[in-house]
Design a protein around this ligand. Structure first.
Ligand code: ZN
Length: 140
Protein backbone atom coordinates (compact mmCIF):
# COMPACT_ATOMS: atom_id res chain seq x y z
CA UNK A 1 0.00 0.00 0.00
CA UNK A 2 1.34 3.35 -0.93
CA UNK A 3 1.25 5.72 2.02
CA UNK A 4 1.77 9.33 1.09
CA UNK A 5 2.80 11.68 3.86
CA UNK A 6 1.65 14.82 2.03
CA UNK A 7 -1.30 16.35 3.93
CA UNK A 8 -4.50 16.21 1.90
CA UNK A 9 -2.99 13.98 -0.80
CA UNK A 10 -5.42 12.13 -3.01
CA UNK A 11 -4.32 8.88 -1.32
CA UNK A 12 -5.40 10.19 2.08
CA UNK A 13 -8.61 11.60 0.64
CA UNK A 14 -9.40 8.13 -0.80
CA UNK A 15 -9.53 6.70 2.73
CA UNK A 16 -11.75 9.57 3.90
CA UNK A 17 -14.08 9.25 0.90
CA UNK A 18 -14.41 5.51 1.57
CA UNK A 19 -15.17 6.22 5.23
CA UNK A 20 -12.13 4.48 6.69
CA UNK A 21 -11.58 7.53 8.87
CA UNK A 22 -12.77 11.11 9.21
CA UNK A 23 -11.11 14.24 7.88
CA UNK A 24 -10.27 15.21 11.47
CA UNK A 25 -8.62 11.84 12.06
CA UNK A 26 -6.56 12.32 8.91
CA UNK A 27 -4.96 15.35 10.53
CA UNK A 28 -4.02 13.34 13.64
CA UNK A 29 -2.33 10.47 11.77
CA UNK A 30 1.46 10.47 11.58
CA UNK A 31 1.62 9.73 7.86
CA UNK A 32 5.40 9.87 7.71
CA UNK A 33 5.71 7.13 10.32
CA UNK A 34 3.03 5.09 8.53
CA UNK A 35 4.94 5.40 5.27
CA UNK A 36 8.20 4.37 6.94
CA UNK A 37 6.47 1.41 8.60
CA UNK A 38 5.00 0.22 5.33
CA UNK A 39 8.37 0.47 3.61
CA UNK A 40 9.88 -1.72 6.33
CA UNK A 41 7.48 -4.59 5.46
CA UNK A 42 8.05 -7.27 2.86
CA UNK A 43 6.24 -6.51 -0.44
CA UNK A 44 3.85 -9.44 0.06
CA UNK A 45 2.76 -8.08 3.45
CA UNK A 46 2.30 -4.57 1.99
CA UNK A 47 0.18 -6.03 -0.80
CA UNK A 48 -1.96 -7.96 1.72
CA UNK A 49 -2.55 -4.82 3.82
CA UNK A 50 -3.51 -2.74 0.77
CA UNK A 51 -5.92 -5.39 -0.48
CA UNK A 52 -7.45 -5.99 2.93
CA UNK A 53 -7.78 -2.29 3.83
CA UNK A 54 -9.45 -1.47 0.50
CA UNK A 55 -11.67 -4.61 0.59
CA UNK A 56 -10.19 -5.89 -2.67
CA UNK A 57 -9.72 -9.43 -1.40
CA UNK A 58 -11.55 -12.71 -1.06
CA UNK A 59 -14.08 -11.87 1.64
CA UNK A 60 -17.77 -12.70 1.20
CA UNK A 61 -19.05 -9.21 0.39
CA UNK A 62 -16.35 -8.64 -2.22
CA UNK A 63 -16.79 -12.08 -3.80
CA UNK A 64 -20.53 -11.37 -4.17
CA UNK A 65 -19.75 -7.94 -5.66
CA UNK A 66 -17.34 -9.58 -8.11
CA UNK A 67 -20.02 -12.23 -8.85
CA UNK A 68 -17.78 -15.14 -7.77
CA UNK A 69 -20.34 -16.42 -5.27
CA UNK A 70 -23.98 -15.88 -4.34
CA UNK A 71 -23.79 -15.31 -0.60
CA UNK A 72 -21.58 -13.10 1.51
CA UNK A 73 -21.75 -15.08 4.75
CA UNK A 74 -18.78 -15.79 6.96
CA UNK A 75 -17.99 -19.53 6.74
CA UNK A 76 -17.40 -19.60 10.50
CA UNK A 77 -20.41 -17.75 11.92
CA UNK A 78 -22.80 -16.95 9.05
CA UNK A 79 -22.98 -13.14 9.29
CA UNK A 80 -22.03 -11.00 6.26
CA UNK A 81 -18.27 -11.21 5.86
CA UNK A 82 -16.41 -8.02 4.99
CA UNK A 83 -12.80 -7.24 5.84
CA UNK A 84 -13.76 -5.75 9.20
CA UNK A 85 -15.71 -8.88 10.07
CA UNK A 86 -12.65 -11.05 9.37
CA UNK A 87 -10.92 -9.28 12.26
CA UNK A 88 -14.03 -9.01 14.45
CA UNK A 89 -15.45 -12.51 13.94
CA UNK A 90 -15.94 -14.13 17.32
CA UNK A 91 -16.36 -17.71 16.14
CA UNK A 92 -14.22 -20.21 18.03
CA UNK A 93 -11.34 -20.52 15.55
CA UNK A 94 -11.24 -16.78 14.94
CA UNK A 95 -11.05 -16.03 18.66
CA UNK A 96 -8.06 -18.33 19.00
CA UNK A 97 -6.18 -16.54 16.19
CA UNK A 98 -7.08 -13.12 17.64
CA UNK A 99 -6.03 -14.06 21.17
CA UNK A 100 -2.75 -15.55 19.96
CA UNK A 101 -2.03 -12.40 17.95
CA UNK A 102 -2.75 -10.18 20.95
CA UNK A 103 -0.37 -12.25 23.08
CA UNK A 104 2.35 -11.85 20.41
CA UNK A 105 1.72 -8.11 20.23
CA UNK A 106 1.82 -7.79 24.02
CA UNK A 107 5.13 -9.68 24.17
CA UNK A 108 6.55 -7.47 21.37
CA UNK A 109 5.48 -4.26 23.13
CA UNK A 110 7.10 -5.43 26.36
CA UNK A 111 10.27 -6.67 24.64
CA UNK A 112 10.70 -3.34 22.84
CA UNK A 113 10.07 -1.37 26.05
CA UNK A 114 7.10 0.49 24.58
CA UNK A 115 5.81 3.12 26.99
CA UNK A 116 3.27 1.44 29.32
CA UNK A 117 0.65 4.07 28.51
CA UNK A 118 0.99 3.39 24.79
CA UNK A 119 0.77 -0.35 25.45
CA UNK A 120 -2.40 0.12 27.48
CA UNK A 121 -3.96 2.44 24.92
CA UNK A 122 -3.17 0.19 21.99
CA UNK A 123 -4.33 -3.06 23.61
CA UNK A 124 -7.44 -1.50 25.18
CA UNK A 125 -8.51 0.12 21.94
CA UNK A 126 -7.87 -3.00 19.88
CA UNK A 127 -10.15 -4.88 22.29
CA UNK A 128 -12.77 -2.12 22.18
CA UNK A 129 -12.63 -1.90 18.36
CA UNK A 130 -13.00 -5.66 17.99
CA UNK A 131 -16.15 -5.59 20.10
CA UNK A 132 -17.60 -2.54 18.33
CA UNK A 133 -17.15 -0.16 21.26
CA UNK A 134 -16.05 3.42 20.99
CA UNK A 135 -12.35 3.96 21.28
CA UNK A 136 -11.12 5.64 24.40
CA UNK A 137 -8.41 8.22 24.73
CA UNK A 138 -5.85 7.36 27.31
CA UNK A 139 -3.61 10.22 28.33
CA UNK A 140 -0.02 9.29 28.86
ZN1 ZN B 1 -17.61 -14.77 11.33
Amino acid sequence: MFVCSDPGSHHQLYWIRHKHFSFDAQLAIDWGTCAAGMQALQPARRRWIAKHASSNCGVGTTLVKWKYQDDDRCPRCGVPEDTTHVLRCTAKGANEVWNESILKLTAYLQKTHTHPGIQESLLTNLHRWRHGAFLSLIHI
